[in-house]
Ligand binder design. Structure first.
Ligand SMILES: NC(=O)c1ccc[n+]([C@@H]2O[C@H](COP(=O)([O-])OP(=O)(O)OC[C@H]3O[C@@H](n4cnc5c(N)ncnc54)[C@H](O)[C@@H]3O)[C@@H](O)[C@H]2O)c1
Length: 376
């Protein structure tokens, strides 16, 4: 991985702590136990949430056993590796503690203050935050140099990308340990600067923001929704929004709007969708829900599908250029890797930057002719 420190600096990880036992935390606990084969302790606010998280892991192990992916002995061993504790003193001898609690800076700071009180000074503290500033999160720590971003994608077992985020204070030993753990987990790690929403969520929010803006302005939702079908993305924008959840999508849009108000808007219609409590614009049978679609009505300047396509790809091209100028990642290939492995950008297009180069949208080009394309 570009920019990763010398791997000899990595520290050994013999026990893992996971704070939170929710959607991401329980999937992470299973992955750590399977790939590192070390004890993994989960914690949460109350016994029922904790039982649910540990129960999830044990049930997943049984599924693996049922499919013949692990032997009965391995299944027993895996289950015994993953345990729960309501108190954080169970983390005392852990060398790697990762949090996946609510996406709230105050909660995360509080959690790390509590963890820091029980672990050694070298224990790596990792956060699965999707959008919060790592540097701010580490500000109150006695040892902010051991804080690192470890951003998984849902579903954790399936998505191959890991965005590893270096904060202002993160030291090389911590970073090297994070990369070594990422490798043991068999993920492809990309080093990312501590920048709002990192890589994948920033570009997906840019993409989604343009589609929603076109609808807000009066483009029929079905037209905007299918304007980029030709790319062969794994799903349409509003289907993705529904998978992620409109509230999460809105939250990331607000984070990016706060950071870059001139480029990232917050759609009032999107806020209405969240307030309505609907899961998205689709019904369970994947037909459009007219009530949800009506929330986006009222615009008076419709675009054609081609205009929506140009608008989205143009915005992505500009945003990638800004990210490269800001040094969010080392180079265009890292953006390509993140989008292929974290967003399902079609592999056959050779990456998003070669695609934008080839289609003439990127001016000037991101990569010289001949890189992931035919020589001129
Ligand atoms: N859901 C996703 O697709 C996704 C993807 C990548 C990253 N993330 C990030 O992962 C984190 C968790 O998201 P999630 O979807 O798993 O949320 P979730 O609501 O499923 O789980 C959060 C858990 O944290 C627990 N918790 C809250 N405060 C706590 C505390 N002080 N101590 C211990 N436990 C506490 C809650 O009880 C809950 O069980 C967030 O930062 C989110 O941004 C989520």
């Amino acid at each position: 991985p570009a920019g990763a420190p010398d791997r000899s600096l990595a520290r050994k990880v013999t026990k893992v702590g996971v704070v939170g036992a929710g959607l991401m935390a329980s999937q992470m606990a299973l992955l750590f136990a399977r790939r590192l084969e070390v004890p993994v302790v989960l914690t949460d606010l109350d016994q029922s949430r904790l039982d649910k998280g540990v129960g999830y892991v044990h049930a997943e192990v049984d599924k693996l056993l049922g499919k013949g992916r692990v032997s009965a002995d391995q299944a027993n061993r895996l289950k015994s590796l993953v345990t729960g504790s309501l108190t954080k003193d169970a983390f005392a001898d852990a060398d790697f503690v990762i949090e996946a609690v609510f996406e709230d800076m105050a909660v995360k700071k509080q959690v790390f203050a509590e963890v820091e009180a029980v672990v050694s000074a070298e224990c790596v503290l990792a956060t699965n935050t999707s959008s919060l500033s790592l540097t701010e999160m580490g500000a109150g720590l006695a040892h902010p140099e051991r804080l690192v971003g470890f951003h998984f994608f849902n579903p954790v077992a399936v998505m191959p990308l890991l965005e590893i985020i270096r904060g202002a204070s993160t030291d090389d030993a911590t970073l090297a340990t994070a990369f070594a753990v990422g490798k043991s987990l068999r993920k492809s790690s990309v080093l990312v600067k501590d920048a709002p929403a990192f890589v994948v969520n920033r570009l997906l929010t840019c993409f989604m923001g343009e589609v929603v803006a076109a609808v807000d302005e009066g483009t029929p939702l079905e037209v905007a929704e299918h304007a980029l079908d030709g790319l062969g993305l794994p799903m349409t924008p509003f289907a993705l929004l529904q998978l992620v959840g409109p509230a999460v999508g809105l939250h990331v849009a607000e984070t990016l709007h706060a950071a870059f108000p001139e480029r990232f808007g917050v759609s009032e219609n999107m806020a209405k969708l969240v307030a309505s409590g609907k899961p998205g614009v689709y019904r369970p049978d994947f037909s459009l829900d007219p009530e949800a679609v009506a929330l986006f009505a009222g615009g008076t300047s419709p675009s054609t599908a081609e205009q929506v396509r140009e608008r989205v790809l143009g915005a992505l091209s500009r945003e990638i250029r800004i990210m490269l100028d800001e040094g969010v990642v080392a180079g265009p290939q890292d953006i390509d890797l993140c989008m292929i492995l974290g967003a399902g950008w079609p592999f056959h297009l050779g990456g998003i930057t070669p695609y934008l180069d080839r289609s003439g949208i990127a001016q000037p080009r991101f990569l010289p002719p001949g890189v992931a394309s035919l020589p001129a």
